[in-house]
Design a protein around this ligand. Structure first.
Ligand code: TYD
Length: 207
């Protein structure tokens, strides 16, 4: 059985991950590659229910550890129900955010600590680390400008500047620790250029 490859897209809010990941998907499909785009909770009913609790702007009382546990729980369910079956079918899985988001947002943004959040997530994902992570790198100020123009802000979009700054510091730590699987892509370029640069890295992994 051919095992598929697991590719994740990461970056701060406003980096354009979703647009880029979907553009990459389209190009790969045109090239005849069997691939799937997904994002947590990915239409998985249990994970959807968990996510709606996390992102509900009314849940201002949510404790940071509760938030980290809920993200890990949602991740686990999505992994088991969607990602692993696709990889077992030999598909290329493009996933919009994964464990590195929790390390940056909960580990640093919420000050829970990188290692505590890493340990929690290792329990959730076992050995399913990405084969490749594309980090969309955007200047902090530019990313914030992009989210401030969003109409429907979720609970995390509405966080303070200091929170988003800590998230950026968290991603720097993620890049240091996992340099072997992460490629940094300049997200300030045109959307077509960003997609092309991502594709070049993906093609190397599946070659
Ligand atoms: P997402 O749905 O990917 O939205 P966006 O398109 O804005 O990136 O993520 C929603 C928010 O949840 C986003 O602010 C990042 C945050 N998040 C975490 O804090 N931890 C996590 O583990 C994940 C996956 C997301």
């Amino acid at each position: 059985m051919i095992q598929g490859k697991f590719i994740t897209f990461e970056g701060p809010d406003g980096a354009g991950k979703t647009t880029v990941a979907k553009g990459v998907l389209e190009r790969l499909k045109k090239a005849g590659i069997d691939c799937l785009y997904t994002r947590e909770p990915g239409g998985i009913e249990i994970a959807e229910q968990i996510r709606s609790v996390i992102l509900n702007p009314a849940n201002t009382a949510m404790d940071a550890r509760t938030e980290a546990l809920l993200y890990a729980a949602s991740r686990r369910q999505h992994l088991v129900e969607k990602v692993i079956p696709a990889l077992n079918k030999g598909q290329l899985v493009l996933c919009d955010r994964f464990v590195d988001s929790s390390l940056a947002y909960q580990g640093y943004g919420r000050n829970l600590g990188f290692d505590a959040v890493y340990d929690l997530n290792k329990f959730a994902i076992e050995n399913y680390f990405p084969d490749l992570t594309l980090f969309l790198d955007i200047d902090e100020q530019k990313g914030l400008e992009r989210i401030s123009s969003r109409e429907n802000k979720d609970r995390l979009d509405m966080e303070s500047l200091a929170f988003h700054h800590r998230v950026n510091q968290g991603y720097k730590e993620v890049l240091r620790r996992f340099a072997y699987r992460i490629k940094v892509v300049d997200a300030s370029l045109s959307i077509d250029e960003v997609i092309e640069n991502c594709l070049a890295y993906i093609l190397k992994v599946i070659a």
